[in-house]
Design a protein around this ligand. Structure first.
Ligand code: HEC
Ligand code: HEC
Ligand code: HEC
Length: 375
């Protein structure tokens, strides 16, 4: 009997030992790995200098992670018409102010500082070839972590990103291999000289005394109440009104510049729309504007817009696309972080998409008010 017990003990001990050995081996390997990783990190062995490339396999892993990540997220994105000239025009102007500092103008040499980045910002003349439109949209909206490629500055303003994709498509459509694309949008002549160097920066998009906005997605500022324009610029500057186009344009403006811009732009001559409108749609829109939609708690727009309050923007003669865009923004919960924005948020949420189109067509079909006034 004692012997049997001894045998059993031996078997037990052997089994335990086998598991223990495996476990210990695994623990040991993990320990070596952790200590190795710690030594690797603490000794500063890895060279993070942007002067030397990553190891090939590091680059490979990073690129695969990046490409798969974009692909997985961009799959189901619906693509709008990218040949719209108004989208391309706005994209081009923002590209000059917001992207060219890193990526250079398409097809042109990039500045040496940008070329010294790792990874360096690629020439975007070929971006439309490399990516599906949905992937480009995702990439420009989100940016890429740890590379210097920023996300779109206007939080929640995905609606602003498509003009950038449209512009990159237009570059791709135009470019012949080896050509250098000249920036032909605004012709380099100083447009206005009101003692403001920076005014060109605004006129590129908003136009000036002679020309209207570069795109129907850019609001006309002529004839707006200066108080409204001033408040809008302060809100962009403070990041209270989100826009990836306007926050970068406004963040460095001084109070003095803001009030001078506001006065100047409000005095530019008003212009009338040269677009054709569907009379039935305009009539439906007029009904909403003048009488509201009582059953949906929508008040008459003209009870505020046009009542002379200097904080209420003029809608008459503004482009239909811009008006629709702002109303859609409110409908979807954007532009509601300021007290004035909240007034419109309540109204925007109660409008249907077709009512938004109708009422926007109505206001767009009207003459702009005389300069400096508010309607
Ligand atoms: C501060 C510099 C910087 C700015 C400003 C910038 N980018 Fe980039 N961008 C980068 C870098 C760096 C990369 C490379 C990232 C990588 O390789 O993963 C990049 C990559 C890209 C790519 C992918 C290109 C390719 O061939 O893989 C696109 C598209 C792009 N940027 C678009 C834009 C647009 C549009 C803007 C302006 C709204 C912009 N970028 C502004 C730095 C910048
Ligand atoms: C890249 C094109 C671009 C540039 C450059 C630009 N803007 Fe704008 N601006 C826009 C767009 C697009 C909007 C509409 C943004 C939104 O949806 O809120 C806008 C909106 C505005 C508004 C609000 C108008 C309203 O009816 O609510 C003001 C005011 C304004 N811009 C002034 C300026 C001034 C001043 C400058 C120069 C410092 C400037 N912008 C530069 C494109 C531009
Ligand atoms: C109670 C007053 C009030 C009523 C009624 C009203 N609005 Fe407004 N609306 C405002 C205010 C205030 C703003 C400025 C919001 C801001 O500064 O963000 C504004 C802004 C807007 C803008 C943005 C203009 C720009 O230049 O960015 C649009 C578009 C607009 N309203 C459309 C309408 C329509 C359409 C109706 C009717 C269905 C309407 N509003 C009814 C007060 C009103």
């Amino acid at each position: 009997m004692p012997e049997r017990t001894g045998d059993d003990d031996v078997v037990m001990v052997r089994r335990l030992t086998r598991w223990q050995r495996l476990g210990m081996a695994a623990l040991f390997l993990m320990g070596v790995f952790v200590v190795g990783a710690a030594v690797f990190v603490w000794t500063g062995y890895y060279n993070i200098s942007a002067k030397s490339e990553h190891w090939d396999f590091t680059t490979e892993i990073l690129q695969t992670v990046r490409d798969q990540s974009i692909r997985a997220r961009a799959d189901s994105i619906a693509v709008p018409d990218l040949d719209d000239p108004a989208m391309i025009a706005l994209g081009r102007e923002h590209y000059r102010g917001g992207c060219a500092s890193c990526h250079g103008l398409p097809g042109e040499e990039r500045n040496p500082v940008a070329r010294a980045m790792l990874p360096d910002p690629p020439d975007l003349a070929y971006a439309f070839e490399r990516y599906e439109p949905g992937a480009l949209f995702w990439l420009i909206d989100n940016g890429i972590k740890y590379t210097g490629m920023p996300s779109w500055p206007g939080t929640g303003r995905q609606d602003e990103v498509w003009p950038m994709v449209a512009y990159l498509k237009s570059v791709h459509d135009e470019i012949a291999p080896g050509t250098v694309l000249d920036d032909t949008s605004s012709d380099g002549e100083p447009i206005d000289t009101y003692g403001f160097q920076v005014l060109d920066e605004c006129s590129r998009c908003h136009g000036d005394a002679q020309t209207g906005p570069v795109s129907d997605r850019v609001p006309s500022l002529s004839g707006q109440p200066p108080d409204y324009l001033e408040r809008a610029l302060r809100e962009y500057r403070a990041g209270l009104r989100e826009s990836g186009y306007m926050e970068p344009a406004a963040f460095a403006l001084t109070d003095q510049a803001i009030s001078r811009f506001a006065t100047l732009y409000s005095q530019y001559p008003s212009r009338s729309a040269d677009t054709e409108f569907d009379p039935d749609q305009v009539a439906r829109g007029a009904e909403i504007a003048m009488n509201g939609v009582p059953e949906d708690d929508v008040p008459a727009c003209t009870s505020c817009h046009g009542n002379g309050n200097p904080q209420f923007p003029n809608l008459a003669g503004q482009s239909q696309t811009y008006l629709e865009g702002q109303l859609e923004l409110w409908r979807n919960g954007g532009r509601d972080t300021t007290p004035y924005g909240q007034i419109m948020a309540v109204i925007g949420r109660n409008l249907t998409p077709s009512q938004i189109e109708d009422v926007s067509a109505f206001f767009a079909s009207l003459e702009q008010p005389a300069s400096g006034g508010g309607q």
